[in-house]
Design a protein around this ligand. Structure first.
Ligand code: HMG
Length: 438
């Protein structure tokens, strides 16, 4: 059967659905009903969602939860989280509650510089290119003025433009490496517009530069694009307390726990297989807040993981130490976030999330997101080094298993009661349902 189609994008939403179900589904009515049950009855809201992306046929829901009790630099916050995985919100909440009684989280934005590059090929003399770059550098900035004017009024804009010689890695390859401060905007559109302007000025001026030969004048721009690697847009989040206060559970000795916790972090610092899972746990918290606040989690993920391998080996993003009886646990990560532009002014739940966070600046959002990541890692490591992860995770996952088996409200009450005193495993839950239904 031919399942290719030309002109799909031009079809109406219902024509697209018709084509999809006719081409790919034997039970067409059921497939259509599955899609339609997620449509919003408010047509305006549905249209807004339809227009976020292309070829939209329905909405894909993610749960939107909240983790209360976060004390960050002395300010109380309830953090919104959009995520599908059970136990993440509970873990963040538990860590927030734990650190609330121990002074809370301390954060600091260490830098906010973002990067964009014009990648181009030039096969002439490097010295002549450098002379041309020096002659054209201020023109690059002046030509971009219509784009940068408003950002400059607010205190941001282009910080610098450098010529970088990359010919040792690739013959003829150079870059205009530009740095920006985009304040409360994530800045992707601003940076890309500046870069495209730089490339057209650079190409145009090269044709007029007397120092170039006819061949050298033909600079070949390959592409102009921001970098999602932002090692100079860094936020630090930290918690600390006396080791003696590190346990709120009589069964956990604080000294032994602190030692084991630090060993767990050290293992993730030196062992990439562990580091990836360790950092995945951090991203549980980070992505959930990034998504809830309408930011680009793919950009954050790519940048964070590149940072985790900046010395050539993939390592833990968090660190821990004991000094003079004080346990300190911290993380420094790159985060390029925005609180204006993009989805932030459009998506009703993103607006809600921003209000819940007291309309943070981009810097404040960097701090909140980093805290969610640190809290998540603390909760996961606490479980991993004490009870093991499955106990708490499966306790939270219980409802998913019950839903898989279409448990009724009454069955849920009885089974949840049963598992207050029994360990949750998939098999144990299935057995409990079967016993109840006998
Ligand atoms: P617990 O001690 O059984 O919870 O922990 P509790 O019932 O005693 O409640 C204590 C507090 O936890 C609550 O306080 C809440 O803050 C929170 P309260 O609200 O009662 O004042 N809490 C909840 N919040 C909302 N809904 C709930 C809920 N239950 C507790 N239903 C818990 C249970 C799951 C929190 C704990 O075992 C835990 O933190 N586990 C870690 C879970 C985790 O990390 N999950 C992420 C998924 S696993 C993964 O992907 C990452 C990993 O591989 C990363 C790595 O390897 O590093 C692990």
């Amino acid at each position: 059967m031919n399942t290719s189609i030309s002109g799909f994008s031009k079809l109406s939403k219902s024509q697209k659905i018709d084509w999809i179900v006719e081409t790919h589904f034997s039970n067409q009515e059921e497939a259509k009903a599955t899609l339609k049950q997620y449509w919003n009855s408010d047509n305006k809201l549905q249209q807004l969602h339809d227009e976020f992306i292309e070829n939209t046929i329905t909405n894909y829901y993610l749960p939107f939860g909240v983790a209360p009790n976060f004390l960050i630099n002395g300010k109380m916050l309830t953090i919104p989280m959009a995520i599908e995985e059970s136990s993440v919100v509970a873990a963040a909440s538990k860590a927030a509650k734990f650190w609330l009684k121990r002074g809370g989280f301390k954060t600091e934005v260490l830098s906010t510089t973002k990067i964009g590059q014009v990648h181009f090929m030039f096969y002439g003399k490097t010295e002549t290119l450098q002379a041309f770059f020096q002659s054209v550098k201020s023109k690059l900035q002046t030509d971009a003025k219509p784009i940068t004017e408003n950002m400059e009024k607010r205190g941001g804009g282009i910080l610098d433009i450098e010529l970088r010689n990359k010919t040792e890695d690739l013959a003829g390859y150079y870059q205009l490496h530009a740095t920006f401060d985009t304040l409360d905007a994530m800045g992707a559109n601003f940076i890309n517009s500046c870069l495209e302007q730089f490339s057209s000025t650079f190409k145009r001026e090269a044709l007029l530069f007397d120092g170039f030969t006819a061949v050298e004048k033909q600079i070949e721009i390959v592409m102009s694009i921001l970098s999602n690697y932002v090692p100079n847009c860094i936020v630090r989040a930290e918690v600390s307390c006396p080791v003696s206060e590190l346990s709120d559970d009589k069964t956990i000795d604080p000294d032994a726990f602190a030692e084991k916790f630090i060993q767990a972090v050290k293992i993730a610092e030196i062992e990439p297989y562990r580091a990836v899972t360790h950092n995945k746990g951090i991203m549980n918290g980070i992505d959930a807040v990034v998504l809830a606040t309408g930011n680009d989690f793919r950009a954050v993920e790519a940048g964070v993981h590149a940072y985790a391998s900046r010395d050539g080996q993939y390592r833990s993003l968090t660190h821990a130490k004991i000094e003079n009886g004080i346990f300190t646990f911290w993380m420094e990560i790159p985060l390029a976030l925005g609180t204006v532009g993009g989805l932030t002014g459009l998506h009703p739940l993103v607006k809600f999330a921003m209000r819940l966070l007291h309309n943070p600046s981009a810097k404040e959002l960097m701090e909140i997101v980093a805290v969610a990541g640190l809290a998540q890692n603390f909760a996961a490591l606490r479980s991993l080094t004490t009870t093991g992860i499955q106990e708490g995770h499966m306790k939270m996952h219980l409802m998913n298993i019950l839903n898989q088996f279409d448990a009724s409200a009454e069955e849920k009450v009885q089974i949840i009661h049963h598992f207050k005193t029994h360990i949750v495993t998939h098999r144990a839950v299935v057995e409990a349902i079967e016993n109840l239904r006998k």
